[in-house]
Each structure stands twice: as structure tokens, then as C-alpha cells.
Ligand binder design. Structure first.
Ligand code: AMP
Length: 135
């Protein structure tokens, strides 16, 4: 697995793709079971788990198991997966008890977007009224 990162392919646009598990990616390690997490949903292609530093009574992260660096790196071929992630996000929100009261779904992307973990993830937040706009 040490060579996995170096196998990153080039997309049609010529940008690097990070579609292989990355040995230094914390969310890949959670998906692979190397790092424990409080899982709330898992299937063959995605995983939802409790955020380690919750900012709301309900705060989970939903990730694809495939290493996609950020929403800004999403390729057209991953659009069906992204659609399934969105659908699963609302189901997770319902399971967290936010189906009636509402929830916020956040995807931070890149430095200015506030992304701190370089693996695409959807924050699912709820359990209290959330302020807007973000800082
Ligand atoms: P972002 O800033 O949008 O990239 O969000 C990354 C999120 O990952 C933060 O809310 C962190 O609290 C969360 N996080 C980092 N490490 C872990 C971990 N080991 N288990 C669960 N959540 C984590």
C-alpha cells in the first residue's frame, strides 16, 4: 500500500486524481478499520460516523470509501456516487432524529472553504437551531 499514492492517475483534464486509498489519509484509515470511529452507517461504498469534535448535538460525517480529495476534485464519473451520498445524507439525518426539526449538510472544500481533512466528506449537523451565515 506504500505505493498507492504514487499510482494516482491523471484525469482527462490533466489534473491528478486521488482515487486510491492513501496511506496518510485519516478518513481512509477509518474506512479501512485502522482507526476506530463511532459508525452510524456503512455499506460497500460509503461510511457515516460521529465527528470527533461535534459542534452540534447531532454531528456526523459521511464519506465515500473511495479516496476523493474534495468536492473540487470530483470527476464526472463520480457523479452517481455523489448522488448516492446525498441521498444517504438525508437518511442519516433522519436516523439522527433531524427529519422533522431539520438539519444542515455542509461540504467544506479547499483552504478557503475550511476543509481540514483532505477526503471528501459531508457534515450532517442538527439537534439545535444553527446560525447563518457561516464565519
Ligand atoms: P473539515 O474541516 O470540513 O475538513 O472537517 C473535518 C472534520 O473531521 C472535523 O469536524 C473534525 O472534527 C473531524 N475529524 C477529524 N478527525 C476525526 C476522527 N478521527 N474521527 C471523527 N472525526 C474526525
Amino acid at each position: 500500500m506504500g505505493r498507492a499514492f504514487s499510482r494516482a492517475a491523471l484525469s482527462r483534464s490533466g489534473r491528478r486524481r486521488y482515487n486510491f486509498p492513501m496511506s496518510d489519509c485519516i478518513f481512509c484509515k477509518i474506512a479501512g478499520g485502522e482507526i476506530p470511529a463511532q459508525k452510524v452507517y456503512e455499506d460497500g461504498e460509503m461510511l457515516a460516523f460521529r465527528d470527533i469534535s461535534p459542534v452540534a448535538p447531532a454531528h456526523c460525517l459521511l464519506i465515500p470509501k473511495k479516496h476523493i480529495k474534495s468536492l473540487l476534485e470530483l470527476e464526472a464519473e463520480d457523479a452517481p456516487l455523489a448522488g448516492r451520498l446525498l441521498h444517504r445524507a438525508q437518511e442519516v439525518a433522519r436516523e439522527l432524529g433531524c427529519g422533522e426539526s431539520g438539519a444542515r449538510f455542509v461540504i467544506n472544500a479547499g483552504t478557503d472553504g475550511g476543509q481540514t481533512v483532505g477526503h471528501l466528506h459531508i457534515h450532517i449537523l442538527g439537534g439545535r437551531a444553527l446560525a447563518w451565515p457561516p464565519g
